[in-house]
Design a protein around this ligand. Structure first.
Ligand code: PGA
Length: 254
C-alpha cells in the first residue's frame, strides 16, 4: 500500500472543498476507466481538511476512493477547553483519520512530546488512525542531531500507546513549505532508521511517509525509494491539478 496524503492546513473554504473533491473523484474515475483500478486499490488517498470542511468533504467523498481526516484533536474527553475538538467529536462526524504532532502544531502552537503522546494515546483508544509527524529543525539538522531528535520524538510520542493504527510521517521542519526537499536518499535513510527504532522499541512495523515540499516533480523519485511508504503533501495538495500527478506517481508506468 502507498499512502498519498494531502494536508490542506488553514486553506480552502467549503465551496472549494466541494469542487475539489468532485474534480478529484472525476479524475480517479477516468483512471479506473483506463483499467488502473487495481493499482488505485493499492493507494490510500487521504485529505486532511480544516474542521469546518469535514462535513462538506464527507458529503462529497461518500462512494469515492478519498478518505477524509482532521488536522488535530485534543486529548481530553470533553470539558472547558475552548476552541478544541475531541476525538469523540471527530468520530461523531465519521472522521477516522487524524494528523498528530505536525511540525506547525509543535513549533507554532508549542505542542510538546508529552501533549503529542497524550493525543496518540487517545487517538488509539478511540480507534482513529493517527498520522504521527516527526522531524528535526534546520538547526538540529545542521548540528547533526537528526537521529537523536527523531528517536526522542518516537520514544516520547509512542510511550504507553496501545498502538493499533499509526502511520509515521517524517517531515524535516526545514523542508516544510520552503521548496527545499530533503535529498531522497537521505529521506530514505531516516525513514529506515525510524522503522528500526519503532521495531526495536515497540516490536512493530509501521508505515513511514516523507513530507516536506513534495510536488509532482519529485514525488516519483521519493516514492520509488525502498523504505518509503508514501508522502504527506502540503502546498501541492491544494489543487487537483497539482495533487493528481502525485497520486499518479504512485502508479507503475506513470
Ligand atoms: P509542504 O507541507 O508540502 O507544503 O512542504 C508538508 C506538510 O506540512 O505536511
Amino acid at each position: 500500500m502507498k499512502y498519498i496524503m494531502g494536508n490542506w492546513k488553514m486553506n480552502m473554504l467549503p465551496d472549494e472543498t466541494l469542487k475539489y473533491i468532485e474534480k478529484l473523484d472525476e479524475e480517479l474515475k477516468i483512471l479506473e476507466k483506463e483499467e488502473k483500478d487495481k493499482e488505485l486499490d493499492n493507494i490510500d488517498i487521504s485529505l486532511f481538511v480544516p474542521f469546518i470542511n469535514i462535513f462538506y468533504a464527507h458529503l462529497m467523498s461518500q462512494e469515492t476512493r478519498i478518505l477524509i481526516g482532521a488536522q488535530n484533536m485534543h486529548y481530553e474527553e470533553k470539558g472547558a477547553f475552548t476552541g478544541e475538538v475531541s476525538a469523540e467529536m471527530l468520530k461523531s462526524v465519521l472522521v477516522d483519520n487524524v494528523l498528530i504532532g505536525h511540525s506547525e502544531r509543535r513549533h507554532v502552537f508549542g505542542e510538546s512530546d508529552i501533549d503529542i503522546n497524550k493525543k496518540l494515546i487517545k487517538s488509539q483508544e478511540k480507534d482513529l488512525r493517527a498520522i504521527f509527524c516527526i522531524g528535526e529543525t534546520l538547526e538540529e539538522n545542521e548540528t547533526g542531531k537528526t537521529e537523536e531528535v527523531i528517536k526522542r520524538q518516537i520514544l516520547e510520542g509512542l510511550k504507553n500507546v496501545d498502538i493499533k493504527n499509526i502511520i509515521i510521517a517524517y517531515e524535516p521542519v526545514w523542508a516544510i513549505g520552503t521548496g527545499k526537499v530533503c535529498d531522497s536518499d537521505i529521506a530514505n535513510n531516516i525513514v529506515k532508521i525510524t522503522k528500526e527504532i519503532v521495531k526495536e522499541n515497540f516490536g512493530l512495523d509501521l508505515p513511514v511517509l516523507y513530507g516536506g515540499s513534495v510536488d509532482s516533480n519529485n514525488a516519483k523519485e521519493i516514492l520509488n525509494k525502498e523504505y518509503l511508504d508514501g508522502v504527506l503533501v502540503g502546498g501541492a495538495s491544494l489543487t487537483v491539478d497539482k495533487f493528481l500527478p502525485i497520486i499518479k506517481s504512485a502508479m507503475s508506468g506513470e
